[in-house]
Design a protein around this ligand. Structure first.
Ligand SMILES: NC(=O)c1ccc[n+]([C@@H]2O[C@H](COP(=O)([O-])OP(=O)(O)OC[C@H]3O[C@@H](n4cnc5c(N)ncnc54)[C@H](OP(=O)(O)O)[C@@H]3O)[C@@H](O)[C@H]2O)c1
Length: 316
C-alpha cells in the first residue's frame, strides 16, 4: 500500500497451524491458506519467507506455473544463475529473463546499501565488520522470548525455556548459528559470501564478527573500510553518503547524534554515521550503521526487487 505496488489479488500462505487465521490488508481481511506446491502455484509473483527447506519444497512449483519467485531464505542465494540484488547497489545483476530472485541476508543488505556508494572514492581492499544484531533476525519467536525474559528478569513470571544457549535479557552473545571448523558461524559466512556477490567483488577481503544483542528490531554494524589506493576524508565520505539512495546520514558529533536501532526501526533508509578516519591506517575510514532488518533487511528489499523485476519485464 505504502509503495503503491500494483496488487490485483493477494493470497497469504503459512503452515497448517495458521489456517483459520486472517490478516488485514488494505481494509480487507485475507484468510491464511496452507502453503503447498499446488496452492502457491498460479500467481504472478510469489514471495517466500518460511526458511530454506520450505523454499526448496515450493519454489519449483511456483516457477513452473510461470511466477516470478522472490525468496527471502538462504536456499538459492549463492547459485551463480540466481541474482542477489540490493536495488540501490546492483540492479544490473537482474535481467528480464530471471524468474528466481533471492533476497540477501539482512546484515549483508544493510552493509552493502550503506557502503557501496563509497566505492566512488576508490576500490575497497578490506572490510572489518562487527555486528550488533537484534532479536527480529531470529524471527517472531525470538522477539517474544526476549520480551518474556526481560519481564522475568524484572520480577515478572518465569520465561519459558528457549533454544538459545544463553540468557537473552540484559546479555549478548555470539550469533546463534552453527559454527564451522574454521570457527566462523553461518551468519558470518553468509555476510562474507553474499557481500562479495552483491558488490561483484569476489576477492574482497572481509573479516566479520556477528553478535546477537537484546534489541528487538533493528541491526547495528560497525565497519572499517580499508581502501586499496585512496586516503579518504571525512568530508568526502559524508558528501557521498548524503546523496546516496537508501541511506540517511546521521553524523552530528557536536550533539552526539548518531545511528541507533530505536531510531532506525520503522525507517526504510539505513542510518549511517560516526564517520572517523582510522588513526592506524591512512587509507581507512570507520563508520557505524543501523537499519531495520525487517524492512530494508528483508521485506522492503523483497518488494523493491519485485518492482525492479516488473520494470525489467515491461522494458524487455
Ligand atoms: N528475520 C529476518 O529479518 C529475516 C531477514 C532475512 C531473511 N529471513 C529469512 O526469512 C525466513 C523466515 O524468517 P522469519 O524471521 O520471518 O521467521 P518467523 O518469524 O519464524 O516466521 C516463519 C514463517 O514461516 C511460516 N512457516 C513455517 N513452517 C512452514 C511450513 N511448513 N509451510 C508454510 N509456512 C511455514 C510460518 O508460518 P506459521 O506462523 O503458520 O508457523 C511463519 O509465517 C528464514 O528463511 C529467514 O532466514 C529472515
Amino acid at each position: 500500500v505504502q509503495r503503491n505496488f500494483p496488487i490485483k489479488r493477494l493470497s497469504l500462505f503459512a503452515s497448517a497451524r495458521s489456517v483459520g487465521k486472517s490478516l488485514e490488508f488494505n481494509g480487507q481481511q485475507i484468510p491464511i491458506q496452507e502453503a503447498t506446491p499446488s496452492s502457491v502455484s498460479g500467481h504472478d509473483i510469489v514471495f517466500m519467507s518460511a526458511g530454506a527447506t520450505r523454499s526448496r519444497e515450493f519454489a519449483s512449483a511456483a516457477l513452473d506455473s510461470g511466477a516470478i519467485v522472490i525468496d527471502n531464505s538462504s536456499a538459492f542465494r549463492m547459485q551463480p544463475d540466481v541474482p542477489l540484488v540490493v536495488p540501490e547497489v546492483n540492479p544490473d545483476q537482474m535481467g528480464a529473463e530471471h524468474s528466481l530472485l533471492s533476497v540477501a541476508n539482512c546484515t549483508a543488505i544493510l552493509l552493502c546499501t550503506a557502503i557501496s556508494p563509497l566505492r566512488q572514492l576508490g576500490r575497497f581492499d578490506r572490510l572489518i565488520v562487527s555486528t550488533y544484531q537484534s532479536a527480529s533476525g531470529g524471527g517472531a519467536m525470538m522477539m517474544e522470548q526476549l520480551k518474556l525474559e526481560t519481564k522475568a528478569a524484572l520480577g515478572g513470571p518465569p520465561a519459558p525455556d528457549s533454544t538459545l544457549q544463553y540468557p537473552y535479557a540484559f546479555n549478548l552473545f555470539s550469533h546463534n548459528t552453527p559454527i564451522g571448523s574454521d570457527g566462523f558461524n553461518e551468519e558470518e559466512c553468509k555476510v562474507i559470501e553474499e557481500t562479495r556477490k552483491i558488490l561483484n567483488d569476489p576477492g574482497l577481503k572481509i573479516a566479520v564478527t556477528c553478535i546477537r544483542v537484546p534489541v528487538l528490531r533493528a541491526h547495528t554494524e560497525t565497519v572499517v573500510i580499508e581502501f586499496a589506493d585512496t586516503a579518504p576524508t571525512v568530508e568526502s565520505v559524508r558528501n557521498v553518503l548524503s546523496q546516496a539512495s537508501g541511506v540517511k546520514l546521521m553524523d552530528d558529533r557536536v550533539n552526539n547524534i548518531f545511528p541507533n536501532p530505536a531510531e532506525a526501526s520503522g525507517q526504510d533508509e539505513v542510518l549511517v554515521g560516526r564517520i572517523r578516519l582510522d588513526p592506524s591506517n591512512p587509507k581507512a575510514i570507520i563508520l557505524m550503521l543501523c537499519g531495520d532488518q525487517l524492512l530494508k533487511g528483508a521485506a522492503l528489499n523483497a518488494v523493491q526487487i519485485a518492482e525492479l523485476a516488473l520494470a525489467k519485464r515491461f522494458q524487455a
